[in-house]
Design a protein around this ligand. Structure first.
Ligand code: ACO
Length: 427
């Protein structure tokens, strides 16, 4: 492709991926023209090459390493999905057992971490705690912090995947004043998390298989999502050569925001607010606010930067939602009915249809988590737990990429031109 700004034109190479749009290589643009490109929000910019996750937002398609999310969610569990994202292939039974054993051996956290955790206020937001705890892992596990060492990268990946559930459950137990539960390694990844969350030392806890499967599906559906805000944050943070725990902590911090991982919490809060206003009878009034540009109100759990069609994860989550509510006898749950009413209106209303706004995964995942008994404030923590494998797979991919450089975006400067400082007495 050639580009001209009046002076001799510049040839820019075009590359094709295996699927998806071609990209124009603009790396030499500045050297040859003295100009930068301008793309706030990265609407047209591919910042890296990646072979992990592919999304076709118009089709509503999501592939992890080529496999459609529908097939993975139906035929594979989270441990297989982690193996796939990290190593590029689905394990056979022996490989799965070995990988699961490896993760299981790292589920405990250094005993000192509970004293670190105790420094937080009991009412601290779990994501504030998670940002701190994940970053602090680098202080507790500094034998695996050299990103240039492949063995360190491997062990820190396993440690992060294994320890995140323990840390989320500890943050929860701390907030309600219950004793921390140690991991139980004869349980599945999701089963162990449920045990650490809801068991107490006083009586035996039996994992409900419907809930275990639902939680595992939440993990699979949230495991990776190509170069979203938190993943790009992890890549940018990691590009400086910082350790993996610090880079993942940056991802946790980014995920916290309501336009990203905080949306499921914001969605549930929205449903509760409408319920408090009067429930289904107030849906029309609420929708008028959503459509009024000056109100600042958005229909949380709707819309997506990439999906301009139904989010394929939302369909799978809706299925799980029905299964969990039936198993828990909550089919008549007023919030679920309210969510259904909102969804129905939004899918038919021209405001949403013309803007291609469809429910995203967060619209249903909040309802499922609430039914499981997970407090609303912890929703984003669960998302962070599931996304950790994606973050670490993307970070490790970046470090192994020969084209990897420290990330350093440029700017269009709009501030004051050079001026001289006037002495303070004369200002
Ligand atoms: N409710 C009402 N209107 C909306 C919504 C919504 N949820 N989402 C987008 N719109 C409107 C915008 O106001 C805009 O209208 P306009 O063209 O008249 O100005 C139009 O739809 C396009 O929206 P943009 O903001 O340009 O879309 P963008 O791709 O930048 O935003 C985002 C995507 C941030 C996800 C947005 O849809 C949103 O805020 N949704 C609610 C929060 C949410 O659910 N986030 C979860 C994301 S998924 C995830 O992290 C797993």
């Amino acid at each position: 492709m050639s580009f001209s700004n009046g002076s001799p034109s510049v040839d820019l190479p075009v590359y094709s991926g295996s699927i998806g749009p071609d990209v124009i290589d603009i790396r030499k643009l500045y050297a040859q023209t003295g100009m930068f490109t301008y793309d706030p929000g990265f609407l047209s910019t591919a910042a890296c090459q990646s072979a992990i996750t592919y999304i076709d937002g118009d089709k509503g398609e999501l592939l992890y390493r080529g496999y459609p999310i529908e097939q993975l969610a139906t035929h594979c569990d989270f441990m297989e999905t982690c193996h796939l994202l990290l190593y590029g292939n689905l394990p056979d039974a022996k490989g799965k057992a070995a990988f699961t054993r490896n993760v299981t051996q790292h589920t405990m956290v250094n005993e000192q971490m509970q004293f670190f955790l105790r420094g937080f206020r009991r009412d601290a937001h779990p994501m504030a705690i998670m940002t701190g705890l994940v970053g602090a892992l680098s202080a507790f596990y500094h034998d695996s912090t050299d990103i240039n060492n492949p063995e360190h990268r491997e062990i820190s990946a396993i440690r992060l995947i294994a320890k995140l559930p323990t840390l989320v459950a500890m943050a929860y137990k701390y907030s309600i004043g219950q004793p921390f539960m140690y991991p139980k390694n004869d349980l599945s990844y999701a089963g162990n998390f449920l045990h650490m969350m809801f068991a107490t030392p006083c009586e035996p806890y039996v994992v409900n298989p419907v809930i275990e499967r639902a939680l595992d599906r939440i993990f699979v559906l949230h495991a990776d999502h190509e170069q979203n805000a938190s993943t790009s944050t992890v890549r940018l943070c990691g590009s400086s050569g910082t350790n993996p725990f610090a880079a993942i902590a940056a991802g946790v911090a980014c995920l916290w925001g309501p336009a990203h991982g905080g949306a499921n919490e914001a969605c549930l809060n929205m449903l509760e607010e409408i319920q408090a206003m009067g429930g289904i009878s107030k849906v029309g009034e609420f929708m008028s606010q959503v459509k009024d540009k000056n109100s600042g109100v958005k229909l949380m759990g709707f819309g997506h930067r990439v999906y301009k069609n139904y989010d394929p994860r939302a369909k799978l989550m809706q299925e799980t939602c029905n299964e969990v509510l039936a198993a828990m006898g909550l089919e008549n749950d007023p919030l679920f009915k309210l969510a259904k009413a909102l969804e129905k209106i939004a899918l038919e209303d021209d405001y949403f249809v013309s803007r291609k706004l469809y429910p995203n995964v967060d619209f249903y995942s909040g309802i499922v988590q609430r039914a499981i008994g997970i407090p609303v404030k912890l929703f984003t923590g669960i998302f962070a737990l599931a996304r950790t494998v994606g973050w670490i797979a993307q970070l490790n991919e970046m470090i192994g990429d020969p084209e990897y450089k420290i990330g350093r975006p440029r700017q269009l400067f709009t501030g004051a031109e050079r001026r001289d400082v006037v002495e303070i007495s004369k200002r």
